[in-house]
Design a protein around this ligand. Structure first.
Ligand SMILES: C[S@@+](CC[C@H](N)C(=O)[O-])C[C@H]1O[C@@H](n2cnc3c(N)ncnc32)[C@H](O)[C@@H]1O
Length: 280
């Protein structure tokens, strides 16, 4: 379960500022497998409100959608009632480190913006990540695909203009994100191979909502990014006041433009693609 975000509340507004950005990369990574895409069984680990599952469900044979939070799962289910009825998707309320699926039963696993919610950290060697990767390896068939959608430390630092307002939360969120080199190492230790990264520079996680300079003043807008849960109740009023002051003096838009510039060359998200080894 996320150790810092209240996903019951978030489920009500999550889709206002989120979309399945980069899904084409997932489709093409799966299409590289010997088995045709339409015959593949895909796990969506931490499916949330089902944005990515909905973008994949009509391209694969079946999706197994897993999330710990009943509120998020209910939203996903609402989106895909007919697909559930026709057996193209199953929903499971479960943690991703103990998937309710048999050994070597699926062709692919995707996990989008989930891993940083694991209660883990660098000083302990990321044991929860390791456990999750071993679980993905257990359910995947040999040669199966794993696609991880996450943010690199550089992307966290420079891909989200509004993180400039909340430096303490940014430091905390970076500590929750395993950086790409360590991610590759953990995957190798968990029996994955051919690990590589793809960055869709054009993808903006929040869509057009990112360019609403006054967005951070709106609680629903803030709900679209769990970083705001790391801003203390004590600090939040001061942050919001600072943003209002910038707005009142006509400088907010320029602040956003300036701090959004690096995003064009580094992007916001990275897809890490790996295959389960064919034999141990
Ligand atoms: C930022 S949301 C991402 C949702 C979705 N994958 C997307 O990209 O739109 C993170 C999701 O991970 C789920 N989650 C966090 N830790 C989990 C765990 N250990 N097992 C299952 N789900 C988990 C949360 O409940 C939440 O729905």
């Amino acid at each position: 379960m996320s150790t810092y975000e209240n996903y019951h509340q978030t489920s009500q507004v999550y889709d206002k500022t989120r979309s399945a950005g980069g899904v084409k990369i997932i489709r093409s990574a799966l299409a590289e497998s010997k088995l045709p895409l339409e015959k593949q069984i895909l796990v969506d680990a931490g499916c949330g409100t089902g944005l990515f599952a909905a973008a994949m469900v009509n391209h694969v044979q079946r999706v197994e959608a897993v999330d710990l939070n009943s509120g998020m799962l209910a939203k996903a289910q609402e989106k895909m009632l007919s697909e559930e009825k026709s057996g193209r998707i199953n929903f499971h309320q479960s943690t991703i480190d103990a998937l309710p699926l048999p050994d070597e039963s699926v062709d692919a696993v995707m996990t989008n913006q989930v891993l940083h919610h694991l209660p883990d950290d660098e000083s302990s060697g990321w044991p929860k990540h390791y456990k999750v990767f071993q679980e993905f390896s257990r359910v995947l068939k040999p040669g199966g695909s794993l696609i991880i959608n996450s943010c690199s430390h550089q992307q966290l630092e420079h891909g989200f203009w509004f993180y400039r307002f909340i430096p303490k939360a940014l430091r905390a969120v970076k500590e929750k994100h395993v950086d790409l080199d360590m991610l590759s190492e953990l995957l190798q230790r968990s029996g994955f191979t051919n690990t590589h990264h793809k960055v869709p520079l054009e993808v903006v996680m929040q869509g057009e909502a990112l360019f609403n300079a006054e967005g951070p003043l709106d609680p629903d807008w803030r709900s679209g990014d769990s970083i705001w849960s790391l801003v203390s109740d004590e600090d939040l009023p001061g942050v919001l006041q600072y943003i209002k002051t910038l707005g009142d003096s006509g400088k907010l838009e320029a602040f956003m433009q300036q701090h959004d510039k690096p995003r064009a060359s580094i992007g916001q998200i990275t897809f890490t693609i790996a295959r389960k080894q064919l034999s141990a």
